[in-house]
Design a protein around this ligand. Structure first.
Ligand code: FAD
Length: 398
C-alpha cells in the first residue's frame, strides 16, 4: 500500500533535491501531488496520521458522498462504477488508497508539520516537523483540510455540565444511543445526518437544536443531482441563483414551518457565499415531518449537575442523556502559516488553487473553500492549477 511507505524522512534534503512538499494526504493533497508529478515535479506528501485519508477513515459509519461519483473523481483516476452513484465512506478510503498506488505517489506518514517558513536565503521553504525534522522544499502545498480541529462554542456552563457530551467528529454510529434521549446541536449536513442516523438507530428521542434555519435541498430530484445544479449556476449572479433556488425549493421541499424549520430569509447562494452550504436531505425532511426529529431552539448555555440541563434560546430547558455538538471545525492554520500573513481575519487562506501570496511565493493552498459545486471537484480543479502555477514558479527560479 502506498501510504505504508513511512520510512523515516531524511532530516535535511539537499538543495539540489528539494521536492515540493504537500502537507496532508487527504483528497486535496493527493490530487495536488499527482498533478505535480504529472508535470515532472517531485512531490512528497507528508501526513501526521499513520495512513492516508485519515479524515475519511474517521467519519461516521453511514456517511456517503453527497456529490456524485463522477464529479468527485480526482485527476487521472475514475472512481469505480461499482462504488455506486453515492460513494460510501469506506469506498472513498478505498479510492484514495488506490489513487496513491495508481499514481505511485510518494507519501510519508506519521510526520506532522508544525510550521512553514521561508529559508534564510529566501530560495525555498523550511518545514518544521515532528521528530525535530527540518525539511527544505522548493514549494509547499498546504492541504491539511478543515475537518480535524473541532469547533465547540464557548457555551457558559459547559465545563460543569455532567451529561455525556461529544463533538460530531467523535460520533461513529447510533448503537450507543439506542433507547436514549439525544440532543444534536447544529443543522449542517453532519448534524442533519446524525439526527437521522439516531432515529433510524433506535434513539428514544432526537432533538435538533437550530440557530440559523438551513436551506434544505434534495440530494437528487428525478435523478438530477443537486450538485449538477450547483456546477451549472456557480458563475451566475448571486441574486439570480437565490431566486432560482427559492423556486426550486417551493416545488421540491415541503414547508416545514409548523415543525420549526421555516424557509430561510437569506437566499441559498447568498448563504453559500457566506460560507454555509445547503443541507442535502438524506432523510431529515421526512423525519421532521413525522416528528421523529424535533426541532428546538439554539443552545444558549449548560447547567451544572449530572446529567445537567441544557438551556435553549427560547428559555426552555432540556435534559438529554447525551449532547452531540455538530458545530463544525476550524481550519486551524494559524500555527502552521499564520505568521506569513497569508490568512484572512477568519483564518482562511487568502488564495487557493494556482494563487500564491505575493509575500509567500511558492506557497499554495487547497481544500479551504466550500463551493456549491462540491469540494472533491474543486480540489481536483485546484490540483491542476497548483501544478501549473508551481511549474511556472519553479522554472522562473532556475
Ligand atoms: C462529513 C463530511 C462529508 C463530506 N462530504 C463531501 C462530499 O460528499 N463531497 C465533497 O466534495 N466534499 C465533501 N466533504 C468535504 C471535503 O471534500 C472533505 O472534507 C475532504 O476530505 C477534504 O479533503 P482535504 O484533503 O482538504 O482534507 P482532509 O481529507 O481532512 O485531509 C487532510 C489531511 O491532512 C493531515 N494533516 C492535517 N494537519 C497536518 C499537519 N499539520 N501535518 C501533517 N499532516 C496534517 C490530516 O491527517 C489529513 O489526512 C465532506 C466533509 C465532511 C466533514
Amino acid at each position: 500500500m502506498a501510504d505504508s511507505r513511512s520510512a523515516s524522512v531524511p532530516l535535511s534534503v539537499t538543495p539540489a533535491d528539494r521536492p515540493v512538499y504537500v502537507i496532508g494526504a487527504g483528497p486535496g493533497g493527493l490530487a495536488a501531488a499527482h498533478a505535480l508529478r504529472a508535470r515532472g515535479i517531485r512531490a512528497v506528501v507528508l501526513d501526521k496520521a499513520d495512513r492516508l485519508g485519515a479524515s475519511w477513515r474517521g467519519h461516521y459509519d453511514r456517511l456517503h458522498l453527497h456529490t456524485t461519483r463522477r464529479l468527485s473523481a480526482l485527476p487521472g483516476l475514475k472512481i469505480p462504477r461499482r462504488f455506486g452513484r453515492w460513494v460510501s465512506r469506506d469506498d472513498v478510503v478505498r479510492y484514495l488508497e488506490k489513487y496513491a498506488e495508481h499514481h505511485e505517489l510518494e507519501i510519508v506518514t506519521g510526520v506532522e508539520v508544525f510550521r512553514v517558513e521561508r529559508t534564510g536565503d529566501g530560495t525555498g521553504w523550511l518545514l518544521h516537523a515532528s521528530g525535530g525534522r527540518e525539511l527544505t522544499g522548493s514549494a509547499v502545498v498546504v492541504a491539511t483540510g478543515y475537518n480535524h480541529t473541532p469547533r465547540v462554542p464557548d457555551w457558559p456552563g459547559r465545563a460543569g455540565y455532567g451529561g455525556e457530551f461529544l463533538h460530531a467528529g467523535d460520533y461513529r454510529n447510533a448503537a450507543p444511543y439506542a433507547g436514549r434521549d439525544v440532543l444534536v446541536v447544529g443543522v449542517g449536513n453532519t448534524g442533519a445526518e446524525i439526527a437521522v442516523d439516531l432515529v433510524e438507530g433506535g434513539a428514544a428521542r432526537v432533538r435538533l437544536a437550530v440557530r440559523t434555519v438551513p436551506h434544505l435541498v434534495r440530494r437528487s430530484t428525478l435523478g438530477w443531482p443537486a450538485q449538477y445544479s450547483g456546477v451549472l449556476v456557480r458563475r451566475l449572479p448571486v441574486g439570480l441563483v437565490d431566486r432560482l433556488c427559492r423556486l426550486q425549493a417551493r416545488v421540491g421541499v415541503p414547508d416545514l414551518s409548523a415543525h420549526g424549520l421555516p424557509r430561510p430569509d437569506t437566499g441559498l447562494y447568498s448563504r453559500v457565499r457566506q460560507g454555509a452550504i445547503p443541507v442535502q436531505d438524506v432523510g431529515l425532511i421526512d423525519a421532521v415531518r413525522k416528528g421523529r426529529v424535533e426541532i428546538v431552539a439554539a443552545v444558549e448555555s449548560f447547567e451544572e449537575g449530572s446529567p445537567g440541563k441544557v438551556v435553549l434560546a427560547d428559555g426552555s430547558r432540556v435534559e438529554p442523556d447525551a449532547v452531540i455538538a455538530a458545530t463544525g471545525y476550524t481550519r486551524a492554520l494559524e500555527g502552521l502559516v499564520g505568521h506569513l500573513g497569508v490568512l484572512d481575519d477568519r483564518g482562511k487562506p487568502v488564495v487557493h488553487g494556482g494563487g500564491t501570496p505575493a509575500q509567500a511565493p511558492g506557497l499554495y493552498f487547497t481544500g479551504y473553500t466550500n463551493p456549491i459545486s462540491g469540494m472533491f471537484r474543486e480540489m481536483a480543479l485546484d490540483a491542476r492549477k497548483i501544478a501549473k502555477a508551481a511549474a511556472g514558479y519553479l522554472r522562473s527560479r532556475r
